[in-house]
Design a protein around this ligand. Structure first.
Ligand code: SF4
Length: 508
């Protein structure tokens, strides 16, 4: 048997969920008294992240299935951030999720109780766990959707967090459900894409997508088609198989695609079908072979702006949240606007933006006049709307550059200089771990170091050509080190030469 890597050794025989009843005791003892494995590994089973950049100030990552959140829930999060004073903030993540920053360990027990009261959880949101399950951000209100992904995503989360769910995966695991023509999801370990079989709408299964410092892959067809009802048990079957069979010796070669490589796709499929039989029982409908064709055919929509919902007379109002960064007052205002002008329902997108749902036509004018919409605009520029960024060096010790602030400043500068005729997705990430998904961007930017005037300076690697459209592909390396001081000029040239941007006319 292969030797367990160090993390596996630390996880063996102890599940971080067992810390839940001891959280008050641990926080009373003080974070400095905790051993390294508790602090940096096991607490993540509760969604609690020790941040070496801000020792003593923790991050809490929630689970928001399908990116759905209600104003009452957002209020609870806003209060938690507000109590952290100048340390507090929150980020909308690329998994339609929210993570809170600046919390003390002693904040956690009352916050966990408050989350539970409003139907939220942070359980198993970090480390080697199945991460927030994503879906169509417009599910249920989308005139273009094939199927409402919300109930499916909710059922998958319930199965994954339930008593039969995995507790000790070899690595993190991303699951997503597509429901619309623009549900690009091939960056997930397991993605269900809407597809027909014999005239019935169901899902084809895609497996093995992931980004890392070592390897980047788009998911490939597994060759199976499922009815909607089969998704939760099938997800559980895949996770249990991965928990049993995934490699635990080398963490750099442990994501699902490595297991598929090791077994071969046919053998992997056969083993997953067997695992499904064990999970779903003898009465479950058979899994159907499928060629992998599906209904997803174009890149995700920009959700910003005012759009008619499928419900007559109602609209969603998509707001651009710059780099996904929120503060307590903005969160509170967002909740108030959702309640005042809509049903209280809000959604988060993978592009780190937010939308207010269910706004009647006669409320639009008043909503659009709210001061918050000067900050979170409905009409951001073509670059700002879909600029995605990881955390960067304010909170992440791996970051080689201040990702969010650099992205914000460069995008603003480029929009001052250029007219860009259509949306250009820029994905900014602080290091090769690729949390900002640089390979998915039309332009991907990754923190790096480069030599300038004889000195090492902050820089980015630039990747070009990523596409989430009908013919998806990963962006490829274009330049391995542009100093940040030269970045606006370099990107200006790329935007003019490759994306049809034109210099703005100077004011007379
Ligand atoms: Fe941190 Fe790197 Fe991930 Fe950015 S990409 S959040 S810098 S680990």
């Amino acid at each position: 048997m292969a030797t367990l890597n160090k993390v596996e050794q630390a996880k063996a025989g102890f599940c971080g969920l067992d810390l839940a009843p001891r959280l008050s005791e641990l926080s009373a003892a003080g974070w400095e008294s905790l051993d390294e494995a508790t602090l940096t590994i096991h607490l993540k089973w509760l969604g609690i992240f020790f941040r070496p950049v801000t020792p003593g100030r923790f991050m809490l990552r929630l689970r928001l299935p399908n990116g759905v959140i209600h104003a009452d829930q957002l209020d609870v999060l806003a209060e938690a951030v507000d109590r952290c004073g100048s340390h507090g903030s929150a980020d909308i993540t690329t998994r339609q999720n929210i993570q809170l920053r600046g919390l003390l360990l002693e904040d956690m027990p009352p916050l966990m109780a408050a989350l539970e009261r409003v139907g939220l959880t942070s359980r198993q949101s970090g480390h080697d766990n199945p991460r927030n399950v994503t879906g169509n951000p417009l599910a249920g209100i989308d005139p273009e959707e094939f199927i409402d992904t919300r109930p499916l995503v909710d059922r998958i989360q319930a199965a994954v967090l339930g008593p039969d769910g995995p507790r000790n995966l070899p690595r993190k695991f991303n699951v997503a459900v597509g429901g619309a023509p623009d549900s690009f999801l091939l960056h997930n370990d397991l993605a269900f894409l809407p597809a027909f079989h014999d005239g019935t709408l169901g899902f084809t299964v895609m497996v093995g997508g992931f980004f890392s410092a070592q390897r980047n892959e788009l998911a490939i067809p597994l060759g199976l088609w499922l009815q909607a009802d089969q998704l939760p048990a099938f997800t559980l079957a895949v996770l249990r198989h991965y928990e049993r069979q995934g490699d635990r010796s080398n963490r750099n070669k442990t994501r699902l695609m490595y297991l598929i490589d090791a077994l071969g796709l046919d053998c992997y499929r056969a083993e997953v079908v067997e695992s499904y039989g064990a999970v779903a029982g003898a009465d479950a409908a058979a899994l159907v072979p499928h060629d992998g064709s599906h209904l997803v055919c174009r890149a995700p929509r920009d959700i910003c702006g005012v759009h008619a919902q499928k419900q007559p007379g109602l609209h969603w109002v998509g707001l651009h949240v710059p780099m996904g960064r929120l503060h307590a007052d903005g969160m509170g205002d967002l909740a108030r606007l959702a309640r005042t002008y809509g049903s209280g329902g809000l959604r988060l997108s993978e592009s780190q933006n937010a939308l207010i749902a269910d706004v009647p036509g006669d409320q639009l004018e008043a909503l659009l006049a709210e001061p918050l919409l000067q900050q979170f605009r409905v009409d951001p520029g073509a670059l700002a709307a879909e600029a995605v960024s990881c955390t960067g060096n304010r909170y992440c010790s791996f970051a080689l550059i201040p990702t969010k602030s650099t992205a914000q400043a460069v995008v603003e500068e480029l929009e001052r200089r250029l007219e860009v005729p259509h949306g250009v997705r820029t994905h900014w990430t602080g290091c090769p771990n690729a949390c900002g998904q640089p390979y998915m961007g039309s332009i991907g930017l990754m923190g790096a170091k480069a030599r300038k005037d004889g000195e090492m300076v902050e820089a980015v690697k630039v990747f070009l050509g990523g596409s989430m459209a009908a013919d998806p592909r990963l962006a490829e390396l274009h330049d391995k080190g542009i100093p940040l001081s030269e970045l606006p000029e370099a990107l200006e040239q790329i935007l003019v030469e490759r994306f049809g941007a034109r210099p703005r006319a100077l004011p007379a």
